[in-house]
Design a binder for this molecule. Sequence first.
Ligand code: AMP
Ligand code: TRP
Length: 332
Amino acid sequence: MKKIILSGSTVTGDLTLGNYIGAMNNWKKLQEDYNCFYFLADLHALTVQQDPKTLKERTYSFLAQYLALGLDPQKNTIFVQSHIPEHAELAWILTCLTPIGYLNRMTQFKEKSEKNVKNINAGLYTYPILMAADILLYQTDLVPVGEDQRQHLELCRDIVGFWQNRYGEGVFKMPDAHISKMGARIMSLQDPDKKMSKSDENEKNYVLVIDDPKKIEKKIKSATTDSGTEITFDAENKAGLSNLMTIYSVLSGKTISEIEALYVGKMYGHLKVDLAQIVIETLGPVREKYLELMKNHDYLDEVMKSGADRARVRASATLKSVYDATGLVARR
Ligand code: AMP
Ligand code: TRP
């Protein structure tokens, strides 16, 4: 029996190079050896105000981006969160088990509510509980995410503990985070002290997976670096440069010291020119495949449907044992 992997991405903005390096690139490698469930977190997207038409289009666009990035719908179960009603149902049960003190500690909630003062809704607060439900419904062993999601994963594990204290063992599997050392946190291009985020209001801060080559080149060349001249990795004092070197390393397969050796006596500009080329070579084919897939909504509908059919079998089996253990009378 293969181990179960599950991960997802919130359907907001467009996928960035940070998502690709911190998430989908790893997902792609894992699809060979694990039973993987990759989903589009559209319910999570509702924690910020969404234009209904855009949300719908974006869900198709995200699916096309997943596929274009190399996630194979035959090898993996790829689905849309809201197509599996068990996510919202389990989230309620878990909400009733989670002390608010635990939610109060979530740094992402604090950050998001500071950014979003006009819309601090309860969903933003209970967001990590829905995330725990996503994970626990599938009896997940490993959750590949970027560093920013570590705290949410810890909360999910705490919630399994609360459940076991009240109802005993046997219903949920305890999941582990799977965070790769390299590229778990790609930083913003203009402001390398914060993470590259698809919800950033300044588009110069990120490279999108579907950006055209000209845009990619412009964004990489104008990335903020320090006033030094030596190309050495130093995340603290040369945050911008080190971020570019991390991207370079992950995409080219070269180690950081190989890159340092390659650029002895050269200037930051040289590295930027080469890096832009590497990013364009990586993302060019992705963009082409994406544009092709977007012409075929029927195919995307089919992928969503067959993914949901497979996911639902597993999710409904877990929810049934949860309802049973909780003392809810079984539906006839
Ligand atoms: P999100 O963009 O928040 O929906 O995240 C989707 C996935 O991408 C999660 O696994 C995140 O941890 C990962 N991720 C998002 N931004 C970055 C980043 N800047 N660097 C590395 N991983 C990221
Ligand atoms: N919160 C995650 C993010 O924004 C997306 C997500 C939702 C997720 N549910 C999940 C990731 C379950 C892993 C597992 O990155």
